[in-house]
Structures are given as structure tokens and as C-alpha cells.
Design a protein around this ligand. Structure first.
Ligand SMILES: [Fe+2]
Ligand SMILES: [Fe+2]
Length: 204
């Protein structure tokens, strides 16, 4: 399956995005191994390989995939254009490759996040931003935080706490960027950010 998904990524995505995808695979495994056993690594690899598989579709193509698999798009889904690829990619993961709900949900929420995310969802959300191909300062800082506060941290409880903290900081800065550029913000993004703000303040 890995080979099939890699081939699809390389043959249907631009070279840059295919490279990003392979970077996310590597980063998902790096973060994943700090929390999970080897038996979970294939799932994380599949989620990473599929997360942006429809990223280069047009809006019409996203809508067509949703229609084909009877997914009812909300008004927010349609307005938050950056979110459409995570919806269509999760449908492709489920219906074309028979991926589990856990994998599909990681793909589905890699852009917006959501309240009370699963470990797979958190790992893919963060790995998408901290893969080594992302050179901007903010992402390099996040990658260093992952290394220092998670990978090199011997205390497993602290790793979980720091994962939520990094997740919150990533959501908060993503939201700031959306506001600055006057872009539509999906309700899942707002709920996710508020949820993890509360988690980091011990309020959930
Ligand atoms: Fe994406
Ligand atoms: Fe991505």
C-alpha cells in the first residue's frame, strides 16, 4: 500500500508538494515514535501520504468528490477554501483506499484541527507544519520545540502536555495569519483553538 500511495502522490502532485508529503511522512514517524509503538507507524505513514492528495484539485473537483461519496458540504466548508482538500482527501482515503476512520479523521482535520483531537490527528496536524521542507522561522521554531520538548524529553507525561501546548501555539499562530489576511475561518478552527487554549490552562 505504501508504494501505491507514494506513486499516486508523486504522479499526481507537483514535485514541491510531493516532496512536502514525503517530509510529512518522515515527521509523522519522528513524532509518532515518541508516543506509539511500531504497529502504528503504517497508519501514520498512510495518513501522511494521503493528507494532501487532492490539494491541487479545483473547487469543482473537490465538490465532485464530495457529491460522488454523498458528503454534504456545509456553508463553512465551501467558504473556507483551504479546508476543501482535507475533506476530499479524507473521502479518497476512505472510499478509494479503504482506510480506517482513525486515518481518515487525521486527514480530515489536518487543516482545521478540532476540539478533543485524537493522537493521530494531533501528530499529522503538527507534522504538516514542522516537516523539514518548511523553512520559515515560525516552522523552524516549532520543529525545534518538537525536538526539545517531545522527542528528547524523557518524561512521557510531559511529552503529552507539550504536544498539546505546541498544537495550541500552532493553531493560535495559524488563526492570527487567517485574520491578518482577511480569510474566512472555519468553525472547527475556532473551536479547536479555544479548546486547546482551555486545555493548556487546565480548564477542560
Ligand atoms: Fe493540507
Ligand atoms: Fe500538507
Amino acid at each position: 500500500m505504501t508504494e501505491i500511495l507514494e506513486k499516486r502522490a508523486v504522479s499526481t502532485l507537483s514535485a514541491e508538494r510531493a516532496e512536502h508529503t514525503m517530509g510529512v511522512v518522515k515527521e509523522c514517524l519522528r513524532i509518532g515514535r515518541a508516543f506509539l509503538g511500531e504497529e502504528h507507524m503504517k497508519d501514520l505513514e498512510y495518513a501522511a501520504l494521503l493528507h494532501d492528495i487532492t490539494k491541487e484539485y479545483t473547487q469543482e473537483e473537490h465538490i465532485e468528490v464530495c457529491r460522488k461519496y454523498s458528503y454534504e458540504l456545509s456553508r463553512y466548508d465551501l467558504l473556507a477554501k483551504g479546508v476543501m482538500h482535507s475533506i476530499s482527501a479524507s473521502l479518497v482515503a476512505k472510499h478509494e483506499y479503504g482506510m480506517s476512520d482513525e486515518i481518515c479523521n487525521a486527514v480530515r482535520y489536518h487543516t482545521t484541527g478540532r476540539a478533543d483531537m485524537t493522537l493521530y490527528e494531533k501528530i499529522l496536524y503538527i507534522a504538516d507544519l514542522t516537516e523539514e521542507g518548511r523553512k520559515e522561522k515560525i516552522f523552524r521554531q516549532m520543529r525545534c520545540a518538537v525536538t526539545r520538548q517531545i522527542i528528547n524529553n524523557k518524561d512521557i507525561q510531559e511529552r503529552y502536555y507539550n504536544l498539546d501546548k505546541i498544537l495550541f501555539l500552532a493553531m493560535n499562530s495559524g488563526l492570527t495569519e487567517l485574520l491578518k489576511s482577511y480569510r474566512f475561518i472555519h468553525m472547527d478552527t475556532i473551536e479547536a483553538r479555544n479548546y486547546y487554549l482551555a486545555v493548556c490552562n487546565d480548564k477542560v
